[in-house]
Design a protein around this ligand. Structure first.
Ligand code: GLC
Length: 755
């Protein structure tokens, strides 16, 4: 049970089918927290500066977390509901923008616990408000189980390395020092602290002392005893536990703040804690956080009859997209935060949804990706700017082309060419302007065409599963040809704006277009790719995986497909399900095309093999808008709204959060049709936002102004939209018959509007 209310969602049952997460962050210190208080905090990187243990493979899967035990006589319970067996009588969890709040009541004690990371200190703040019906003396124990900061090293070497850790008390501030040999960045490794703004009666730094043998966070022995033992830890398994005695007077509210933070030295910890304990610090931090999100979300707001869509467009979709922009695919309930840094492909797509909010942030991130580009135009696949590890250097056929798309979007949003002149180094030496970088992206494609004239697949295109069709280096990607076709007109437009000759890009476009409509056309749809052996994947002649979604949608997005409309009709006919569009049909067996060179080991209907791949659904929505098919676009959009898909599948089948998009949903060829996977960190977030704002509402930044070209079905009309472009606020009204009116409400209006 849950309900949406403005910018927040309130969850009434603690035992959701999977942990339903939220993220908190100030850009340096981050926390992911579940509806039951479980989760993980990290400084900059969950790979090398992870603060607490997060044992996602143990049951329950969100432990441990940020718990406060309330000991009221013999009764011990937690406002987060978990991990105690003793449950509150009344309880709810609310995820909001950058904070999570628990409201709980038991035996006349009422607790509101708000967790957030503020802008002013690198700390997770737990703001506890306690109240009792009658006079009561209670003891509370805030607790965090610490881990080794490097999670992979902990898995492999903890028996030795844990004896290099220390955890101790410094004037009632607990300090954790991770100083393990061979860690990648010892000089940048912070100390971690834990402090309260009320007197500390006692503490524990030794987890085993606090929890006791054959117990867990469910029932720590020192909580049961009611006393911490002032244990320190110089080698072993650390924790932070505080014992705080609270005297509650009937009806009076007491506030206790707990700070789990980082600082580089003991001196800096002292300063940071002193700052945290200042009277208005917590309120000021929370207010600033609320203002930040208010401002962020004000850039695009809509009012439409479909209220589920409205809350996604105004709140959760841009919020999720921002989290993706920050965390890439690094850590979530599904992603382990152990090996994926910044993926060039993934992050370049995330940038698309940051552009309308903050072009400087978008540019900085894109510049980072350009540092991964080589002089020949190709890119590393992932990089690790925070961890400092060597990048993954595999060459994929799509990475470099996403950079062009992201750069083009930035230029259009800003309506000036300056960004093209920013200078960014190449990975293999030398430097060039952004304009040169993106030209190299196209050059690389042209230097790497296959026998049939399509771009070589290399180590796969967007679809990771296709890495098997090209091991001999000959496989070609028809989809990459369409991706190239999408960005070539952008290059031609930018060249023209720069006063250069861009005809070459249009010539390449025409040549690729011809191939798409001859070699790639199968009769009812576009084929997907060509294998090393010269056979087609995605053809009616094949027994399996006959039709693939992406080459249909991108035949329209690129404008290349003469038969785009027919191809999209085939999508509806063969791939659409009540819970979204499958990526391929029919799903494959593990001996296709041959047993030795099979395409997949995925079970039918799972992941890449015939699931509803939500990320790719967004492109079908865009294609239908381009074709002017508002009803179908809405159908595809609406059926994937998380709360709609969840309702249709059932909460216990869908499992994931009803407020953020998932990467994929098990398809009808699975007996778990409707099970959502890999929520939060997925390209679905950015692209769904682009699909609905730029194609369904059709509100797009163009070089000389705003273009408004809606493709909205009756469920979205009438629509009132506020869009901020270049500091100027527009109010756009789209009536039931799709007539559009624009009024300019704030800022200097200096841009033309095309309707
Ligand atoms: C996953 C990957 C993404 C890839 C997609 C399709 O979402 O994170 O990089 O493009 O799968 O294979």
């Amino acid at each position: 049970m849950y309900s949406f209310n403005n910018n927040k969602i309130t969850i009434k049952d603690y035992n959701t089918p999977t942990p339903w997460m939220n993220y908190m962050s100030n850009g340096t210190f981050h926390t992911m927290i579940s509806q039951a208080g479980g989760g993980v905090a990290f400084y900059k990187s969950p790979q090398i500066w992870r603060i607490n243990h997060y044992r996602f493979f143990h049951l329950p899967t969100d432990r441990s977390g940020f718990y406060t035990y309330i000991k009221d006589g013999k009764t011990v319970w937690c406002p987060t509901n978990e991990p105690c067996r003793e449950k509150p009588e009344k309880w709810s969890a609310t995820h909001g923008m950058g904070y999570t709040r628990f409201e709980a009541e038991k035996n006349g004690i009422n607790v509101t616990a708000t967790y957030f990371v503020g802008e002013f200190e690198n700390a997770l703040i737990w703001n506890l408000k306690l109240k009792s019906d009658v006079d009561k003396k209670i003891t509370i124990f805030p607790f965090v189980e610490l881990g080794m900061m490097e999670f992979m090293r902990e898995l492999q070497w903890q028996c030795y390395n844990k004896h290099q850790l220390s955890c101790y008390n410094m004037d009632d501030v607990l300090v954790y020092k991770y100083a393990v040999e061979m860690q990648p960045k010892p000089d940048e490794t912070p100390l971690v602290y834990f402090a309260a703004d009320v007197p500390v009666k006692a503490f524990d730094c030794d987890r085993d002392e606090f929890v006791g043998a054959y117990r867990s966070e469910e029932n720590p022995q020192n909580v049961e005893k009611g006393e911490c033992t002032n244990s320190t830890l110089y080698g072993g398994d650390p924790c932070f536990a505080l014992q705080l005695e609270i005297d509650l007077k009937a009806g009076e509210e007491k506030t206790v703040n707990i700070f789990l933070g980082t600082a580089m030295t003991e001196e800096e910890i002292k300063k940071s804690v002193t700052h945290c304990r200042e009277k208005d610090f917590v309120d000021k931090s929370f207010k600033k956080l609320a203002e930040h999100w208010e401002e962020h979300l004000s850039k695009f707001r809509c009012e439409i009859p479909d209220k589920d869509a409205e809350v996604m467009i105004n709140v959760w979709n841009p919020y999720q997209a921002e989290r993706n922009f920050q965390f890439s695919r690094n850590i979530s309930f599904y992603a382990t935060g152990t090996f994926r840094g910044v993926g060039v492909r993934d992050t370049a797509q995330d940038i698309l949804a940051m552009v309308p909010f903050d072009t400087r942030r978008a540019k900085d991130k894109l510049n980072l990706l350009f540092t991964q580009q080589y002089k020949d135009g190709h890119c590393n696949h992932y990089c690790f700017p925070t961890e400092g590890w060597e990048p993954v250097t595999r060459i994929h056929s799509d990475n470099h082309l996403w950079l062009v798309m992201a750069a083009y979007n930035i230029i259009m949003e800003e309506g000036k060419l300056d960004y093209l002149d920013e200078i960014v180094p190449y990975y293999d030496g030398g430097e060039a302007t952004v304009w040169e970088h993106i030209k190299k992206s196209i050059d690389f494609c042209m230097e790497n065409l296959g026998e049939n004239g399509f771009p070589l697949m290399l180590s796969s295109d967007w679809n990771d599963m296709l890495y098997k069709v090209c091991r001999k280096g000959k496989g070609e990607s028809i989809w990459t040809s369409m991706q190239l076709g999408t960005v070539l007109p952008y290059m031609a437009e930018l060249a023209k704006l720069k006063g250069e000759d861009g005809q070459k890009y249009l010539d390449i476009y025409e040549a690729q277009k011809k191939l798409v409509n001859t070699i790639a056309w199968d009769g009812e749809w576009y084929r997907r790719c060509i294998t090393d052996e010269g056979t087609f994947i995605g053809s009616a002649k094949e027994p399996q995986a006959k039709i693939w979604l992406n080459t249909q949608s991108w035949s329209v997005i690129s404008g290349m497909g003469d038969n785009g409309r027919k191809a999209m009709d085939s999508v509806e006919k063969y791939l659409d399900t009540p819970l979204g569009i499958k990526k391929i049909h029919p799903a494959m067996t593990t001996d296709y095309p041959t047993k030795d060179a099979n395409l997949t080991m995925y079970n039918k209907g799972c992941g890449e093999n015939g699931s509803v791949f939500c990320h790719a659904n967004t492109w079908a929505i865009i294609a239908e808008c381009i074709l002017g098919n508002a009803d179908r676009a809405y159908k595809y959009y609406h059926q994937l709204l998380p709360m709609i898909a969840q309702k249709k599948a059932g909460e216990w089948r869908y499992k994931a959060e009803p407020y953020v998009y998932a990467s994929n949903i098990f398809g009808p060829e699975s007996d778990k049709f409707g099970l959502a996977n890999v929520s939060w960190l997925t390209g679905t977030a950015a692209w769904m936002y682009v699909a609905v704002t730029q194609y369904m509402f059709g509100i797009k930044a163009k070089y000389d102004g705003l273009e408004i070209n809606p493709c909205l079905s009756k469920e979205m009309l009438p629509a009132k939209v506020t869009r901020v472009l270049r500091g100027c606020k527009y109010e756009i009204t789209i009536t039931k018959n799709e007539k559009t009116f624009v009024s300019h409400i704030e800022g200097r209006k200096e841009y033309s509007i095309t309707i």
